[in-house]
Design a protein around this ligand. Structure first.
Ligand code: 4AD
Ligand code: MG
Length: 430
């Protein structure tokens, strides 16, 4: 039996089709059954009037349990009231596998319960929509860089050195030695940029985040472009272009998903260049003017980020953070040696920092000093220092966190719903 996907039903109106999927929901009366079928591409409602089918099929429909695997055959009609917008008048219903009593019912469940059933929760319509948006964002990111002549270069996951400070390292045995799971592919992208000019990596990053927040995972995905001869302004332009391109793509391809998620799309439609650019010094003033006590030199907490981003209808680029709160590799600001040529992009609506990056230190002696000041082992960084010995040039890039971007696009509160199988403090099941 050939199979039609629910996403393609619009091309089959008035025709008889076969759907292969699972029973999402059932409502029955003495004379009619309503079966909502899902097949991975969408939801469609099947109606089974008693007089249309054999008694055997009608009886069978009475007992099919939620999430049973079913194959149904029927004629397609458009119907605005039906979930998915189509209704099928069914002539046959076959049960491929009768499901045991399904733990996720339409009643409210606690998040803890849903997270421990993540392998099943993925089937629910909102979770389904989020992963579809995630897929669209990934494609948008790859297209953005591929279309602009960037080369995808994969960074290693096992690393001998820290990139983003030593407090969040995951250590693992590596034969007789030890290694760390990568926190960021950046240092490797710097090497690759000196070979290929414009590069990016896109993969998982690991951080032993010991605080429980809705914005932190211990395993998350990050895209990291790196460009030879790029200065801070170029890095900001690139980040702005990428973020606009992602929002545009989601609006273009994910209308159904955004509807399922009840996302206010006007908030995404506002994401247009140019984004406001705010000097850290001015951000400090802004925070104090708006009533947050904040001293120059500090890092923004979530409430500070929210207060700053609330001033704008689109993402804001905050640049030139104090060097002391940023990583060892940041180039100092020639205007103020205490500041760095760094940039963070803060998403609107309180979604916080989605991008961190900047211009890299390109001077050998400066970097040697920084590595020492940060208490990092020089020998593990010799290869990195070589990049400043052999044809060092200004360069820069950034990292965009995939899950934070997806959370913002979807209007989902917590990052744990934006990755298929989240890893968080003390949570690694399923
Ligand atoms: O600001 P971060 O730490 O920057 C870097 O890792 C640079 N080496 C990137 C670069 O310049 N190539 O991280 C970049 C982004 C953050 O803005 C955030 O979106 C995301 O990665 N991120 C996290 N997302 C989820 N959970 C966590 N624990 C995250 N830590 C960072
Ligand atoms: Mg950061």
């Amino acid at each position: 039996m050939s199979q039609t996907y629910i996403a393609d039903l619009k091309d089959h109106v008035g025709k008889e089709v076969t759907l292969k999927g699972w029973l999402y929901k059932r409502r029955s009366s003495g004379k009619i059954h309503f079966l909502v079928v899902r097949d991975g591409t969408g939801l469609a409602q099947g109606v089974v009037p008693k007089n249309d089918v054999s008694e055997e099929v009608f009886e069978r429909c009475k007992t099919i349990a939620q999430e049973s695997a079913i194959v149904v055959r029927g004629t397609v009609a458009e119907d605005d009231r039906a979930p998915g917008g189509f209704e099928l008048r069914l002539s046959d219903v076959e049960v491929v596998h009768a499901a045991a009593e399904y733990p996720i019912t339409p009643k409210e469940h606690s998040t803890g319960f849903l997270m421990s059933h993540r392998h099943l929760w993925l089937r629910s319509s909102k979770q389904h929509a989020v992963l579809r948006v995630r897929g669209a964002v990934i494609r948008a990111i790859r297209d953005f860089f591929d279309d602009r002549g960037f080369l995808l270069v994969d960074a290693p996951v096992f690393t001998p050195n820290a990139c983003e400070g030593t407090t969040t390292l995951f250590e693992t045995k590596y034969f007789d030695d030890r290694a760390y799971l990568t926190q960021s592919g950046q240092l490797y992208m710097e090497a690759a940029a000196m070979a290929h000019g414009k590069v990016y990596c896109f993969g998982p990053a690991f951080r032993a985040e010991k605080s429980k927040t809705r914005r932190h995972l211990t395993e998350f995905w990050m895209v990291e472009p790196e460009v030879a001869y790029a200065e801070l302004d170029d890095v900001m332009d690139l980040a702005e272009g990428l973020v606009c391109s992602i929002a545009e793509r989601v609006l273009d391809r994910c209308q159904e998903e955004l509807k399922t998620l009840e996302r206010d799309v006007s908030r995404l439609e506002a994401v247009k260049a140019p984004f406001p650019r705010l000097h850290y010094d001015d951000a400090v003033k802004l925070l104090n003017d708006k009533g947050n006590d904040f001293e120059w030199g500090g890092d923004f907490g979530a409430p500070d980020e929210t207060l700053i981003s609330e001033q704008y209808d689109r993402p804001v680029l905050v640049h030139r953070f104090p060097a002391a709160i940023k990583a060892f590799y940041m180039k100092p600001d020639p205007e103020n040696e205490k500041a760095s040529l760094s940039v963070d992009v803060l998403a609107p609506e309180g979604y916080g920092e989605i991008v961190g990056g900047g211009q890299r230190a390109d001077d050998l002696e400066f970097l040697e000093r920084k590595i020492e000041e940060h208490g990092l082992p020089q020998d593990a960084f010799e290869w990195y220092l070589d990049l400043r010995r052999y044809g060092s040039v200004p360069h820069g890039g950034f990292g965009l966190g995939l899950e934070r971007t997806v959370a913002w696009m979807c209007g989902v509160e917590h990052l744990r719903e934006c990755i298929p199988f989240p890893r968080m403090l003390y949570k690694i099941y399923p």
